[in-house]
Design a protein around this ligand. Structure first.
Ligand SMILES: [Zn+2]
Length: 238
């Protein structure tokens, strides 16, 4: 008789995860905002790891120029709504996960539903500031992530820690590069998305996290820096 194997066998053997961590993960609900490059990696890794429920928000259609960095999409998906294509790929990877899709631009009402964690995978800084503000006002933990050219940045944010506004005051946002203008090295998307998923995995399995710690990585110079970001007393948010 064939021995029953647990699909999560290899991650169950990680001592910091184990069966308790896996059970915690399977009870978890996350909101992933944006299923482009970062969202592709974040959602595929969390779904394959066996998260309980994932809700995806987007309103875009897959384009040919997405395929080099948005790993789940294929040529057959070009012209298809990202949410439709993404849900098909994710559900095929793990039938046990509840996958919800919401086709709309980001709005604060999305946070009326209770999630354990919000993961910002958008590529739009005005939206990132809005997500930051809305999560901070509601006391919802969220994971900031961004990447462009060869650089990626991630930070776990909670109501006690430095937030995006503490990190980059909004009036300086014009200095930050965007993918469409300065290009994107496809592998920096994989690394940055995987770091966001790693922060989520640690929190959702163990309830442990370090907020207000920025990781800046560069996959051309291979500089990886960890920076403690101080919460500003005069932060505009809260
Ligand atoms: Zn702040």
């Amino acid at each position: 008789m064939k021995k029953m194997t647990n699909r999560y066998d290899r991650q169950l053997k990680i001592k910091q995860i184990g069966i308790d961590g896996q059970n915690n993960l399977e009870q978890s609900k996350v909101l992933v905002i944006g299923v482009g490059g970062l969202g592709s990696f974040v959602s595929s890794e969390l779904v394959k790891a066996g998260i309980g429920e994932i809700t995806l928000v987007d309103y875009d259609v897959v384009e040919l120029t997405n395929l080099h960095r948005q790993n789940l999409y294929t040529e057959a998906d070009v012209g298809v709504e990202k949410l439709t294509a993404m849900k098909n790929h994710l559900q095929a990877a793990n039938k046990n996960v509840v996958i919800n899709t919401i086709s709309q631009k980001y709005s604060a009402e999305l946070l009326d539903t209770k999630y354990d964690l919000v993961i910002d995978c958008t590529d739009n800084f005005p939206v990132k500031y809005q997500i930051n503000q809305d999560c901070q006002e509601r006391g919802i933990k969220h994971i900031f992530g961004t990447c462009a050219a060869n650089q990626g940045q991630v930070m776990f944010i909670d109501s006690e820690s430095a937030c995006l506004e503490c990190l980059y005051p909004k009036d300086k946002v014009a200095q930050l590069g965007l993918s469409a203008n300065i290009g994107t090295n496809p592998m920096i998307v994989a690394l940055t998305g995987s770091l966001q998923a790693s922060l989520a995995m640690k929190f959702l399995t163990s309830n442990k996290y370090t907020a207000g710690q920025l990781l800046v990585i560069d996959n051309w110079t291979f500089d990886f820096r960890k920076i403690k970001v101080n919460k500003k007393n005069n932060c505009l948010i809260k």
